[in-house]
Design a protein around this ligand. Structure first.
Ligand code: SF4
Length: 372
């Protein structure tokens, strides 16, 4: 598949030549892409890669979010979701409440549950094993995507067991993939400001290395739109790409736009549409070895997420019934999108919607004309 020869910008044309010759683009190339104003040329390259990998398919999921507690020891400045144990908004879901939520979502036809929560000091690994087994009992084919690298590391420390044992026990109870949160930005300078008590970027990568070695596929996220620089973004992408070369365990890269409302971070700017396009398109071009690029419509707004389907993105996210984390930080999107809504966004971008899970197990494709 050759690239269209209408790329006018000379530097982007050189980057396109590397892409055509299967040469990984360099960090300098990435820095340039993150600042160029020629977003249509940039989009031509990103869309070429996306089409080569996924043809005219765009993926979406039908899922629910399960945030089991908002009580968290770390209280990261970037977080609007967490609170202390004695806070009036504190909650911890009991097994009965989990059962009721899963049962009602399963009856509505979801395929997947996405589980993350705060670092609660009193929960042992038994709580999580019980939760996962309960979900599988209610719906044995429910795809379970659960816990960030930060949570796995915490479970190991709290329960005084190895990380491998944590993975073994939770995989045995039902975990099938990891959502990839907690990566934020790997730069220690930025981490010190946005999440000083969270595990380091190197530790996050090392937990993911262990997960991949144990056979789990994972996402990798990147939180942008706060105090990071273009260099920090390139460093983040580069470290993801290096680990992927080693393990091949990342299936999806997910840039997450930071929302600052109700957080302890004072961020007075926000990214523009051009910025978002540059970040997603650059990610698609730089991460040649990660198969999927996901734009979560809830973080970006559905119009920008749909536009990004032409700038490298092949996955628009899912229905996310009951999303709490980004809405606590002021996201203006609804906290649930119907399957019809997602299919329509994709179809109106002249692509073919395919219902899938975080492991890209296809569940529905076409008919093409249904949502015109
Ligand atoms: S971002 Fe995660 S680890 Fe940090 S306070 Fe929020 S829930 Fe806790």
């Amino acid at each position: 598949m050759t690239l269209p020869d209408n790329i006018q910008n000379k530097k982007l044309r050189r980057i396109a030549e590397k892409v055509c010759n299967n040469i990984p683009v360099g960090k300098e190339d990435a820095l340039y892409m993150l600042t160029t104003h020629d977003i249509l040329d940039l989009g031509t390259i990103a869309h070429h890669i996306r089409t080569k990998l996924h043809e005219d398919i765009a993926y979406y999921g039908v899922n629910m979010n399960l945030n089991y507690t908002n009580i968290c020891e770390l209280r990261c400045p970037l977080c609007a979701f967490s609170c202390d144990e004695n806070d009036e908004k504190a909650f911890l879901l009991s097994p009965d409440e989990i059962e009721q939520r899963i049962h009602s979502a399963a009856c509505s036809g979801i395929d997947e549950v996405h589980i993350v929560g705060g670092l609660h000091p009193n929960l042992t690994i038994d709580y999580f094993e019980q939760m996962l087994r309960l979900i599988k009992k209610i719906k044995p084919d429910m795809h379970i995507v659960a816990f960030t690298a930060v949570e796995y590391d915490y479970f190991a420390k709290k329960n005084k067991i190895s990380l491998e044992e944590v993975f073994n026990r939770l995989m045995d109870a039902g975990v099938e993939a990891l959502p990839g949160g907690g990566a934020e930005i790997f730069s220690p300078r930025v981490r010190d400001i946005i999440a000083p008590k969270k595990i380091s970027g190197s530790k996050w990568l090392s937990v993911m290395r262990t997960a991949h070695k144990m056979g789990l596929k994972t996402n990798a996220t990147m939180l942008y739109n706060h105090v990071e620089t273009a260099e920090d973004i390139v460093d983040h992408l580069s470290r993801i790409r290096d680990l992927q070369d080693e393990t091949g365990g990342f299936k999806t890269f997910v840039p997450l736009q930071f929302h600052s409302e109700n957080t302890a971070l004072e961020v007075t700017h926000t990214t523009t549409g051009y910025d978002d396009i540059r970040i997603y398109a650059t990610s698609r071009i730089f991460l040649h070895n990660v198969p999927h690029l996901k734009a979560l419509w809830m973080y970006l707004g559905e119009k920008m997420a749909q536009t990004l389907l032409r700038f490298g993105v092949d996955d628009i996210g899912a229905t996310y019934n009951n999303e709490k984390v980004v809405h606590a930080a002021g996201a203006q999107t609804p906290d649930f999108g119907s399957e019809t809504f997602l299919k329509r966004l994709i179809h109106n971008a002249q692509l073919i919607p395919e219902r899938t899970t975080a492991s890209y197990r296809t569940l529905w494709a076409g008919p093409e004309k249904e949502y015109v």
